[in-house]
Structures are given as structure tokens and as C-alpha cells.
Design a protein. Structure first.
Length: 326
């Protein structure tokens, strides 16, 4: 749930006047758009995000300078365009460059421009009904060959987390690193428990093949409402995966599981949520988010965010639910 975690990693960086002038020059060179004003837009987690105002309208500019994330960002753009070409009007609209490209290089970053969506990021129990309805429209358009990764039932997320933890132990012992290590050590029993459970459910899920769909991964955290319309934005993590990848975050609630299943049925999708796969994704995402924090930590101190994650984070209710699955 990126919206609950925090705003963009890179938007914490202060940009001076010279940088903004270069950004305006790049927009004109790439799109022929003369930007009148560029202001920060707090949308998404990875990347610099800007609202661009010009005589021709308003635009959303996203610049991703994080090398480990750029491939995902590039891949997602072609999926967004595929969805738009097939009648989906709630995922954002990409503006192609003068050279008809989906993105362009800016310094060492990947940048793409979208039509501006005038709305607010809203996630409540009430927004789950339209969210699931929109997701079903995406599921029906699933097809192979879109160049995006496929999920696997493995414990790789936990393995990577422990590798990152070991790397942090070997890193220079700054105040931030010592604080992060102290938190991880304090909650080692919790991570060890979740790692064992993840391995258990990964093995069980591999025994029972599941249908894979185009999944968002954090639709609720990127659900926008504006001008009487609903949107699901930020498709950076789009992946072929079982439905549980989109449903796990609310899967701890009986009403949400019923609503998800009923929405599938109403939309002619012959599938149902599986408890074992829900449990797998609860544990998998527990480590996925921890891994994200540790990935970003060398660039931006995440020690306090890691502590909050263990002490009062929203993830804990999901783990408690997964712990009830035999």
C-alpha cells in the first residue's frame, strides 16, 4: 500500500533553478510543450513526480533515476498503452514524444509524460467496490507477451531481505545504519517466523496451479477519485500473477473477500480467492516492503519507517490473518 507508506523517494531531493530550467528545456525538446510552471506532485513511491502546466494543458511527469527500478517503469508504459488501446480510460494516458517514444532519457533517469488526472488519492472501505470493478476490466484483457514479469511461488523475497540485512551489517556503521540494525535485531523472531511461513505456503501453492492475470499489486494505494470518476494509477509493478496479488491486502476481512469473489462472478471471471495464496502474498509482501525500505535506506534513512512497520504498521493485521491459515 504505497499511499500509506510515504511519498516519492526522489521528491525529497531539492531541485534548484538550473535543474528546473533544464527540465523545461527537455519537455520542449521532447514534446514541443512549453512549460509555464512545474510543481511537485505527491503521487507514487518511486521517482520524481511533477505537475506540468502549459498553454496546451496540464500534464504529469514522472522521472525515475533509481537503476534497480527503471526496467519495471519502462515495461509498465507499454502495458498502460495496451490497456488504453483496448478501451481502458482509468489507468492514465501516456503522451508520446516527438519521436513517437513512450519515454525519454533525462540525465541518468527515465522520464515519461502523462495527461494530468485531476483527482485525489482515496482509499476507504467504500472505494473497494469500484476498485474491484475496475480491476475486473483489467483481468479480462489479460494476454501473454506483454513483456512483463510473471509471479512465482517462492521465498525469494525473504532470501533477498536476509541478504540485504547482512549487507547492512557490513556497511559503515552510521547512526542511521545502527538504528535500522537495532530494529531488525529486536524483531528477528517475527521475521524468522514469517520466513518459515512464506516457505511453507510457497511450497503448497506450487502444488496447485493458479490462473495468472494482469495485476497491479497496489491498486488500493493508487485509487484516485476526481470529477466524478475513478482511476487506478501507477502501474510500475504490473505483473502476471494470481488474483490474490491484488486481493491480499484486504483479504484479512471477511466482507472484502466476499466482495472480491462476488465482483469476479458478476464480471464473468471464473475464479475465486484461495486462502493458501492469500497467506502466501501476506508473507511475501511483508518481505517485499521490508526489502524496499532496505533498498532505499542507503539513499534516504528508513530506520524510523522500519520501526513503525514492526510496531504499528498496517501489515501486522495481515500477518495475523495469514497466521490463522493452516
Amino acid at each position: 500500500m504505497k499511499g500509506e507508506r510515504e511519498n516519492s523517494v526522489q521528491n525529497a531531493i531539492v531541485r534548484d533553478g538550473a535543474y528546473m530550467r533544464r527540465l523545461k528545456d527537455a519537455l520542449y525538446a521532447q514534446y514541443g510543450i512549453a512549460a509555464l510552471e512545474i510543481t511537485p506532485a505527491s503521487r507514487g513511491y518511486y521517482g520524481e513526480t511533477w505537475k506540468v502546466r502549459a498553454d496546451s494543458g496540464c500534464y504529469f511527469l514522472k522521472i525515475d533515476a533509481l537503476l534497480f527500478h527503471q526496467t519495471r517503469y519502462r515495461r509498465s508504459l507499454s502495458v498502460i498503452e495496451y490497456l488504453c488501446e483496448n478501451g481502458i480510460d482509468f489507468v492514465g494516458t501516456i503522451i508520446r514524444t516527438r519521436q513517437n517514444a513512450l519515454c525519454f532519457d533525462f540525465d541518468a533517469a527515465v522520464a515519461a509524460l502523462f495527461a494530468w488526472v485531476d483527482g485525489e488519492n482515496v482509499e476507504t472501505d467504500e472505494t473497494k467496490t469500484p476498485e474491484y470493478q475496475l480491476l475486473c476490466k483489467i483481468y479480462r484483457l489479460t494476454k501473454p507477451g506483454l513483456g512483463i514479469p510473471s509471479a512465482s511461488f517462492s521465498n525469494d523475497a525473504a532470501v533477498r531481505f536476509y541478504e540485504q540485512w547482512d549487507a547492512l551489517k557490513r556497511a559503515p556503521q552510521t547512526d542511521a545504519n545502527r538504528a535500522a540494525l537495532a530494529v531488525l535485531e529486536r524483531y528477528k523472531a517475527k521475521t524468522d517466523h514469517c520466513a518459515a511461513r512464506l516457505a511453507h505456503f510457497a511450497a503448497r501453492c506450487r502444488q496447485h496451479p493458479a490462473a495468472f492475470y494482469l495485476t497491479h499489486g497496489d491498486a488500493g494505494g493508487n485509487f484516485f477519485v476526481g470529477n466524478g470518476r475513478n482511476y487506478i494509477l501507477d502501474w510500475d509493478e504490473v505483473m502476471y500473477a494470481p488474483l490474490e496479488r491484488d486481493a491480499w491486502v484486504m483479504g484479512c476481512y471477511d466482507w472484502a473477500r466476499r466482495l472480491f469473489n462476488d465482483t469476479l462472478q458478476a464480471n464473468g471471471i471464473d475464479d475465486r480467492l484461495c486462502p493458501e495464496r492469500l497467506a502466501f502474498y501476506c508473507y511475501h509482501m511483508f518481505f517485499f516492503y521490508l526489502g524496499e525500505f532496505l533498498q532505499v535506506h542507503p539513499m534516504q534513512d528508513k530506520s524510523q519507517r522500519i520501526r513503525e512497520y514492526f510496531e504499528d504498521g498496517w501489515i501486522l493485521s495481515r500477518i495475523r490473518f495469514a497466521d490463522t491459515i493452516a
